[in-house]
Write a protein that binds this ligand. Structure first.
Ligand code: ATP
Length: 454
């Protein structure tokens, strides 16, 4: 049972320390959020799941991480400097600014309903900063609007430094910045966000097959993160509305609290990017007056060692947003359970690999030194297993502790009590079933390993 509204999620995230408004004590910054103690664990777990599936569990993808500051020419030749903009209209009456293609009715202001709107103008989405001590306009740089370009400009480095043969991919997770006109819906549309992108380089002619394969693989992966089939759909972009680089594109959409919307884009970028960086190299050599490389229009070509065929690979791109992924998995896990007798509980039924806290160790009597010391020692032993965060929870009564851990999705609680001192057993409480069983305290490590790995 997903959350009833985005407000439910916002409130849980703030209350339990998942996500906070950025710079909150100074009034915040629109479209900017900070991750709290549990949010950062959840994000790390989602990242690890993506990296594991993309890089470790496959034998045809390498990972990289690029710096956030690029030579400005990258964004010139990628086409972003000229085209990475959204249509902005302003209401002449209330001065609300809106992104035209996302308006409910393009003839009326979203805020006051006036039909007196300006003509749309292109609004540049890339943010700027300055590199170096001179601020005379010549040293500006863009913050990245996507991770893909860093991958394209390192494509040759990866080919030359590994034994990769086409088809193969390059995965990258990194921060992106877009000066969104109307950030909205919590983490859904923000001005800074983390992307998880993989560009898969293929021989032209095999691109359509790979597009279909990746579309399916990515839907499956989201299901493994807990998203249910009925809350996901694939929406192809209409042919007359494709991005300038795309031969085919579509979105994996998820039913967010505000409705179905894009979670991940799947794009057939053809040879657009490698092709334009290749052409740009010739230009660049001439402008920089460096030795003209007569082969410069071959720079990002791939030479097939078996057939000796040389070509610019086509690229199938899968581009997900971690922020949107976080709201989707939180929304899907959010469950209000009726316990009968007028009682209810809120439980976050996250997949265990995503849970921010893997287990809580709770001493039943806060003031009993022996019980507390045993619980602390157990936390240390469990933490050393390297399975994720284990929390020593000594903050209140046991009922409240269980409720708190239900709300943040901790799958298991281990409670050390008076019986532990007598017979060496502890209580294990399961988040989803609320069942409690007793196990021997010296079997707790194996129990946790079996549970998390099973
Ligand atoms: P939209 O149409 O919603 O503006 P987009 O098509 O421009 O998104 P892409 O460029 O395909 O998005 O980016 C890939 C992914 O990055 C998206 O599927 C989304 O998950 C994420 N993303 C893009 N823009 C934002 C944003 N402003 N805030 C949070 N995530 C974003």
């Amino acid at each position: 049972m997903p959350a009833k509204s985005m407000e439910d999620l916002v409130s849980l995230c703030k209350r339990r320390g998942f996500i906070f408004q950025g710079s909150e004590i100074y009034g915040g910054v629109k479209g900017i959020y900070d991750f709290g103690p549990l949010g950062i664990e959840l994000k790390k777990n989602l990242r690890d799941a993506w990296w594991g599936a993309m890089v470790y569990e496959r034998d045809d993808v390498e990972g990289i991480e690029c710096a956030l500051l690029y030579n400005r020419l990258v964004w010139k030749y990628s086409g972003h400097e000229d085209t990475f903009s959204d249509p902005l209209v302003e209401c002449k009456k209330c001065h609300t600014r809106m992104r035209q293609d996302k308006m409910k009715d393009q003839s009326k202001c979203d805020n006051c309903g006036s039909t007196d709107l300006t003509e749309p103008r292109k609004f540049m989405l890339m943010m700027k900063t300055n590199i170096g001590p001179v601020d005379d306009g010549s040293s500006f740089a863009y913050l990245p609007a996507e991770t893909a370009q860093g991958t394209f400009i390192n494509y040759k480095n990866v080919v030359d430094s590994t034994s990769r043969k086409i088809p193969f991919g390059i995965a990258q997770m990194n921060q992106s910045f877009r000066n969104e006109i109307t950030p909205r819906n919590f983490l859904f549309r923000t001005r800074q966000f983390e992307q998880a992108e993989m560009q898969f380089f293929v021989e032209p002619g095999t691109d359509e097959q790979w597009y279909d394969k990746w579309k399916e693989a990515r839907k499956e992966w989201w299901k493994e993160q807990g998203l249910s089939e009925e809350n996901m759909r694939f929406e192809p972009h209409p042919e007359n509305d494709l991005a300038h680089y795309a031969k085919a594109a579509g979105d994996i959409e998820y039913k967010f609290p505000h409705g179905f919307d894009e979670l991940e884009g799947i794009h057939n970028r053809q040879d657009f990017d490698l092709g334009s960086h290749t052409k740009a190299q010739a230009d660049f050599d001439i402008q920089a007056n460096v030795m003209k490389n007569t082969d410069s229009n071959m720079k990002l070509n791939y030479l097939d060692p078996q057939t000796n065929k040389s070509y610019i690979p086509f690229v199938i791109e899968v581009a997900a947003g971690l922020n949107r992924g976080i709201i989707a998995v939180l929304n899907e896990a959010y469950t209000e359970e009726d316990l009968g007798d007028g009682k209810s509980r809120l439980v976050l039924k996250l997949k265990k690999h995503l849970s921010p806290i893997k287990a809580a160790v709770i001493p039943l009597a806060r003031n009993n030194e022996e019980i507390v010391e045993k619980a602390k020692a157990m936390k240390t032993r469990l933490q050393k297993l390297g399975l994720g965060r284990i929390l020593f929870e000594n903050s209140g009564n046991i009922g409240k502790a269980y409720r708190r851990h239900d709300e943040v999705g901790t799958p298991l609680c281990f409670t050390v009590d008076f019986d532990t001192l007598e017979d060496g057993t502890i209580t294990v409480r399961d988040r989803d079933t609320m069942e409690q069983i007793r196990i021997k305290e010296d079997e707790v490590e194996q129990y946790l390993i079996n549970y998390l790995k099973g």
